[in-house]
Design a protein around this ligand. Structure first.
Ligand code: ADP
Ligand code: MG
Length: 347
């Protein structure tokens, strides 16, 4: 196993905290970030409140300061992603209030600039390049799929593509048919388009088509994106041509809905319904990860669509990474604390 890293004390769940910088025009704001330690310590405080006991300490596997680049963040994520090629199921998700940098971390602000790429583009690029160059008798096939979960429904199948990779120039298009559109957890997804690709450029082109479909398919999606979970899934199947054995791995990359509390007195109708669904699914996710961290016998996967979709990559041998995203702005202090409490419960 080439990419199996050393496991940490907490088993297969790790938590990275990332603090986004103040944006241009936000310069006069006060920060709630007091201290970032080398070993994952984070101290936050509310500068508008005076007095004792106003500082709180949290501990993570790692804290990325506002200066951390996309590349730095990816370097600490890469071993996990590569273990997919060894047959692991991996789930990486970003949690935090709207505006805290979830999409920045997972997708990046700008697809056309390679430096700006977030985890998902870098992951696909990396998996593709490795499966091309890795010296082994294993042939990899990679399927990619994007779905949105909105109001507890799997609504938006953005695309399914099939990437073909051959280390030994072994190409058999008939094996395409083996891929089923029914997921291992029994959730059926509608038929989507399939493509074979031969280069990273092909992969990116397809992802961009997916993103365009997304924009065309739902004009309201931009406003809605903070209220839906977006799940990019990469299925990998490796066939060892020497032994004829098959291994399967999967990678779920999840940009969660904003975790902010919605004022019950203000939200009505659709907005209230959305808020209730988000609340339900995020607490279900928290409950699942908490149960796994505690090594409970019962893990409550069935309490939300989100946890059902992610079931195969949470628990068991699966590896989970949560990015806890923070907005350092003093006005976000109470959301920051509730985000950190969510993370503390599962880490
Ligand atoms: P979310 O998806 O959590 O709602 P976004 O990823 O859209 O938040 O980020 C909000 C804004 O902050 C965007 O303009 C984004 O480009 C910017 N941003 C977030 N994280 C960073 C970062 N690490 N460096 C620079 N800008 C960032
Ligand atoms: Mg977003």
């Amino acid at each position: 196993r080439l990419y199996n890293e050393v496991q940490d004390l907490k088993g297969n769940i790790r938590v990275y905290c990332r603090i986004r910088p103040f944006l241009p025009g936000q310069s006069k704001k006060q920060t709630t970030i007091e201290y970032i330690g080398e070993n994952g310590e984070l101290v936050v405080s509310n500068p508008s409140k005076q007095g004792k006991d106003t500082h709180r300490l949290f501990k993570f596997n790692k804290v990325f300061s506002p200066a951390a680049t996309q590349e730095e963040v990816f370097l600490d994520t890469q071993p996990l992603i590569r273990s997919v090629l060894d047959g692991y199921n991996v789930c990486i998700f970003a949690y935090g209030q709207t505006g805290s940098g979830k999409t920045y971390t997972m997708s990046g602000p700008n697809v056309s600039s390679k430096e700006d790429w977030g985890v998902n583009y870098r992951a696909l690029n990396d998996l593709f390049q490795i499966s091309q160059t890795r010296k082994s008798s294993i042939t990899y096939e990679v399927g990619v799929q994007m779905v949105e979960i909105y109001n507890e429904q799997l609504v938006f199948i953005i695309f399914t593509i099939l990437l073909f990779q051959c280390v030994l120039c072994f190409f058999d298009l008939h094996t395409l048919g083996i891929w089923s559109t029914t997921q291992p957890n029994g959730l059926a997804v509608p038929e989507a388009s399939m493509h074979s690709v031969k280069s990273t450029a092909d992969v990116l082109e397809l992802m961009n088509i997916g993103l365009m479909n997304r924009a065309v398919g739902a004009t309201a999606l931009n406003e809605r994106s903070s209220r839906s979970h977006s799940v990019l899934t990469v299925h990998v199947r490796g066939t060892d041509l020497k032994t004829n054995s098959v291994l399967r791995g999967s990678l779920h990359l999840v940009d969660l809905a904003g975790s902010e509390r919605v004022d019950r007195s203000e939200a009505t109708g659709d907005r209230l319904r959305e808020a209730q669904h988000i609340n339900k699914s995020l607490s279900a996710l928290g409950d699942v990860i908490f149960a796994l961290a505690q090594k409970n016998a019962h893990v409550p996967y069935r309490n939300s669509k989100l946890t059902q979709v992610l079931q195969s990559s949470l628990g068991g041998q699966a590896k989970t990474l949560m990015f806890v995203q923070l907005n350092p702005d003093v006005e976000s202090y109470s959301e920051t604390i509730s985000t950190l409490k969510f993370a503390e419960r599962v880490s």
